[in-house]
Design a protein around this ligand. Sequence first.
Ligand code: FAD
Ligand code: NAP
Length: 333
Amino acid sequence: MQWQQEVSLKTLNTFGFESVAQRFVELKSNDDVIAVAQEVEECPQPLLILGGGSNLILAPRIPGVVAKMAMTGREVDQVSDDEVLVTFGAGENWHQVVAWLLENGFFGAENLALIPGVVGSAPVQNIGAYGVEIKDLLESVEAYDREYGEFVRLDKAECEFDYRDSRFKRVPERYIITRVQLRLSRVPTLKLDYAGLRSAVSETPTPQEVFDAVCRIRREKLPDPAVLGNAGSFFKNPVIDEQRFEALKLQFPDLVSYPDKDGVKLAAGWLIDRAGFKGVRRDGVGIHDRQALVLINTGTGTMGELARLAGEVQRAIKQMFGITLEPEPRFYP
Ligand code: FAD
Ligand code: NAP
């Protein structure tokens, strides 16, 4: 293990913010994970587990240790003629994993193509897109439990998944995820009911066609973090009860909404657009011209500037619609 001091994280977070880690190390094995956990236990200091940095907003200086997850590995277990279990090291690139599953005829992850980041972070916010969430595929998670100092295996129920949420997000310092096991089907079952997806494929699409369509739509709509710093959707879509929805709908007849298990889900991007924020610029940050849910770094942005803009948006949405928007990425520290 190679410990480094004062390491720049500018290229390791998709906002591209200037940020320096006091100490930095890569995790390539279970032994590395134990060593880092023991180090911060014996000499108490903060520990940030870093994946691809695509759901994090970093301060200019990160105290303590930043440990970049770099564990690799792909293992296939045949469980029946129709299903396989595949276990991935937490440092494997998520999109490459989705493409590899498809190449091998293991289906179910196509809608989750082109989501940045690594496998170990995917359960943290229960990544989701186009009507599929990782919880739909997840069998179990292997993690180092810092509270008890041991490796544990959590099944799906123990991960307590919810909309862009999980046990790992709610207690962010406790678990270091090392491996993720997915259950895939050899028989394609396509999910095409999301806005724009069905019309982007043929009448009898293959999983490859769905994968290609998802990649195409995402490339058209979303800014590439390599060109324009961002962390994808900045706010979660709010869910409100039927009564409040009916009242809002009277006031805003073109309100974009979807049925949800807990009430009615509103498209946060629509609310922000309607409040007039699409394309605005404040200092070194702004809101994307094509997708109002995406906050961007226009080049010189900082966490402080982004927090101010996010606050301005939240206050405006609260005033106009009476709705509280909750940020999706984590501000650190
Ligand atoms: P990071 O940002 O590095 O980390 C995120 C959090 O997980 C941090 O709190 C970190 O400490 C923790 N963490 C990371 N690894 C571990 C580990 N091994 N053990 C414990 N904790 C860990 N998200 C979606 O859900 N759907 C989308 O469609 C989507 N599209 C996106 C599009 C763009 C252009 C961008 C920039 C982001 C998008 N995101 C999307 C958000 C983001 O890509 C996902 O949340 C992704 O899973 C984050 O992965 P990461 O490796 O970059 O995590
Ligand atoms: P979109 O297709 O323009 O749709 C806007 C919103 O409406 C989405 O946020 C989505 O909610 C919701 N929606 C659309 N069709 C729906 C349906 N049939 N049933 C229920 N909800 C529906 O959104 P987009 O921005 O281009 O994103 C497309 C997909 O990629 C979405 O699933 C989105 O979550 C995902 N994505 C996520 C991020 C991120 O950082 N989290 C970034 C980019 C894209 P949901 O968000 O709840 O799915």
